[in-house]
Every structure is written in structure tokens, then in C-alpha cells.
Design a protein around this ligand. Sequence first.
Ligand code: FAD
Length: 389
Amino acid sequence: MEAIPDRVKVAVIGAGQAGLSVAYYLRRFELVADEDFVMLDRAPGPGGAWQHRWSSLRLGTAHKVNDLPGMGELGLSFETADRALPARDVVADYYGRFEDHYGLRVHRPIDVRHVENDGVDIRVGYRDLSPQPTEELKARGFFGRRRKTFEEAPPPPEPRGELRASFLVNATGTWGSPFVPYYPGMGDFRGRHLHTSDFVEAEDFRDLHVVVVGGGTSAIGFMLELEGVASALTWVSRRPIDWLDRQELDLEGASAAVSKQDEAARAGRALPSIVSGTGVPKNRRIVAGIDRGLLVAKPMFDRIEPDRVVWADGTSVRADAIIWATGFRPELRHLSPLKLREKAGGVTVGQGAAWQDPRVFLAGYGPQASTIGANRAGRMIARQIMAML
Ligand code: FAD
């Protein structure tokens, strides 16, 4: 991969659905030249957050996954993708082919640590996460192809860098910012706490007493997978499950939920939970799970003891592991020097643009936090950048 430029017109952080969609519109319609544009992503390969999801997750398990704009030109569609394959592999493969086809060169693994405004430009500070040569290899002279000794070898590449951009598109999603609510006694729990983002496979919970927390499709998916593997399973949700009589949820079709997200984003408030606005669709597997009594959520417990969870009335169940399927928050830590956050707890964003700084765009934020919303972000943000260039 070639060197990251020092100065560009547009820097895009994140190459998930939102970042790729913005890049597609900017590059495909030649709004910025190749050398005026850079994409940085912390992950090792294509796929956005999907590359990190657990192997048993399939496309369309509950929500519709929309194609990227321009994906049809490659003869690819998630609609017709093989649902026997892990979603993470399909998405990584399709995104990778999309990047190649449209010549979107993503620099990775590049972790953006801080973004600052120096009054003229936006300064993007990053760290290169590529494996650096180890001390041992350097000492043995393995570093550098033709040179034999460490003394003769060139210095290891500097993993930190900074670039300047006229416009910033932040498309960093939520996967890196898992949310776990606080409950008394959490710190004393002797079992295993994990969040959705840590889940690898059901087998890790064989013969354990597992408590799954959450009212969305991830929690339901874990319950179904753990049945027959865990020795006891308890499902709890902080609010009653709002079942929908529909098999699949088109997140864009859930217009009330999208409007709530939009209202909060425009008012600079913290974003509400998507699940609370959309309801949970029921496919045949879920209906069967409800009928056999597996998918019946208890109300939330009150506190956690070292080996159990306890409700307000004193009843309890043993817990060897607690899986927190309690959602994510937008990953915006690296933007904190820009001081975009409002007192109301969120960032004011309308049509993908940050109210506090017209050069900064948040793609995939709030009402755009679905694959269809991310596609819309691409067109909307590219148009605004075009108008200002
Ligand atoms: P992401 O896909 O998260 O991409 C963000 C990218 O930014 C990542 O590649 C990451 O490496 C990079 N990044 C983050 N921080 C940094 C940084 N500081 N520096 C450099 N790079 C960084 N939506 C649907 O429409 N349909 C579904 O079926 C669906 N299923 C879902 C299932 C789960 C379990 C979850 C958690 C979400 C699901 N979603 C679904 C919502 C989904 O997250 C979005 O649809 C979509 O993947 C979001 O795309 P994105 O580009 O905004 O973010």
C-alpha cells in the first residue's frame, strides 16, 4: 500500500457501508481527484464492522441488508448471496470487490486517534497498526531484505502520522463502542461478563448457566444458538419485547424509529435505542422459540451477586456467564478535540453534517445507522461537499 498523503481535500475515516457509500459518490462522479482523497480504516481487511461479527451470523437473519450503491454493476447483491455462508465472509468479500472495482484505496489498518481543528485545516492524527518488526527479529537481522544485521537495517516505519484535510467524513460506526449498563454488584461477579461484540461461538458456553440481557435481535440470536449448549438459559430484557408480525425488518421502513433518531440528532441529544423504536420481527424460527417457551423474556434483574443475578423480589438464578446484548453507541472518541458534543449529550447532525463545523460530516450516524441509511448518507454528504469544494 502506498504512503498516506500529508494533505487531501477529503478524508474519510471508516470503510464500512457508510464510508464506502460516500467514497463511491465522491469518486465515481469525479467530485474529487484520486490524490485529493483518502480513506483510513483501523480494521485489517474489508467488511466494516461485519468482519468482526460471530461466524454463525447470517445475512438477513432479522434485518434486510441493502446493497451498496453501484454494487449491481459488479453483478453482486446481498439479496442473492449464499445465506449458508457467514455474513462476515460474504460482506468482507463483496466490500473488497467493490473497493477494487471502483479503485477505492483504503489505507488499513490505520487507527485514527484524534481529529483537531487548527483554524485552517482539519488535522487527522493516526497510528499505523500494521505489525511492526519485533525487537527479536531486528536483533537477528531479519528486518530488511538484503541487510544482515540490525545496525545496517533501516529504522522501523514510524507508526504515527498526521494528515491535513479540508473536509472530514467520519464513518466510524458503533462496533468499537459497546454499551453495557451498570447494575449493582457487577464488579464482584465471578463468572464471565461479555458484550455482543465479544461473542465468538456458542460452544464457549457449553454446560454453563447463561443469562442473556437485551431486547433485540442479537439477544434472540444468542438464545437460539445457546439452546442445547448451555445447561440453563435465562433471557432478561429491560423493557417488554415489542414483537412484530413480520419476518424481516427493513430498517428504513421503520420510519418512526428513523424519525426519532433524526429528531435526536438534529437536537444534539444522545441517540435513542433503535430497537425501542422498531420492534422485533418474528421469523419462523423465532415463533417456534416463543411457542416452546425459550424466547420468553423475564423483566430485568435488580443486582448481580458473585454467582447469580437477583430480582427485586429476592428470586435469583445462577449465572456462570452474562451476555450483554445491550447495544452500541456511536464511536466518536477520536473527534473529542473538535468539541462537537452538546450539553444535551449528543452531536447536532442534520443531513449528515455537523452543526458545529460545516467541514465535518458524520456518515452512518443516527437516522443513517443502517445499511440503507448509510447508502443515503453517501449521496447526501457527497452533494454537500461538492457544493463547498
Ligand atoms: P461500520 O460497518 O461499523 O464501519 C465503520 C468502520 O470504521 C469500520 O470498518 C471500523 O474499522 C472503522 N473505524 C472505526 N473507528 C475508527 C477509527 N478511530 N479509525 C479508523 N477506522 C475506524 N444494519 C442493517 O441494515 N441490516 C442488518 O442486518 C444489520 N445487522 C446488524 C447486526 C449487528 C449485530 C449490529 C451490531 C448491527 C447491525 N446493523 C444492521 C447495523 C449496522 O451496523 C449497519 O447497517 C452498518 O454495518 C453500519 O455501517 P457503518 O459504515 O456505519 O459502520
